[in-house]
Design a protein around this ligand. Structure first.
Ligand code: PNS
Length: 161
């Protein structure tokens, strides 16, 4: 059985993330979406909110599990029996930092490979931080995120978060 971890901040989960996740389920038998619990990053959404939004965006695919993790991604991958880490690539600007992370992860755990999946062209320009910025300023980001995320993003503005 092929098992992968798809780690990220997912603050929040976008249609770009969903696209990569769906592609990953075509390649792997099981995909663990691993939501980083890192208070020092001061996310807009709590880890519970981020997990809930991802679950609400799923269409009942039994290959996917969503959970929080702390510490090293490779350790989480080892814990769940994954030998691949999935990361999405948008433009060439993502490449340098992703390459660095992939090589560091390989140094830490040589048995785990990072697999890059390209998002579809329609999602190339989407980023969680840009989406949050637009939502906080009252812009409509419904075209960029699943409906449950759009609802919560609208609340960000109301709650001044
Ligand atoms: O969605 P992001 O913020 O680009 O995801 C980054 C993430 C969570 C994949 C990365 O920060 C990570 O793996 N953090 C866990 C700690 C770790 O393993 N650090 C070493 C990575 S080389």
């Amino acid at each position: 059985m092929t098992v992968a971890v798809y780690p990220g901040s997912f603050d929040p989960f976008t249609l770009g993330h969903l696209d990569v996740l769906e592609r990953a389920t075509v390649v792997f038998d099981k995909v663990f979406v691993a939501v980083l619990e890192n208070p020092s990053k001061s996310p807009a959404f709590t880890v519970e909110e981020r997990i809930e939004m991802i679950r609400e965006s799923m269409t009942g695919n039994g290959k996917i599990e969503v959970a929080a993790f702390q510490g090293l991604t490779v350790e989480y991958a080892q814990d769940v029996g994954a030998n691949s880490i999935v990361r999405g690539l948008r433009a060439t600007s993502d490449f340098e930092s992703e390459f660095q992370m992939a090589l560091m992860n390989r140094k830490l755990a040589p048995e785990i490979s990072t697999v890059f999946l390209m998002t579809s062209f329609a999602n190339v320009y989407l980023s969680s931080s840009l989406i949050k910025e637009v939502a906080r300023l009252g812009g409509d980001v419904g075209f960029a995120v699943p409906p449950s995320v759009a609802k919560r993003l609208a609340r960000l503005k109301e709650e001044n978060r």
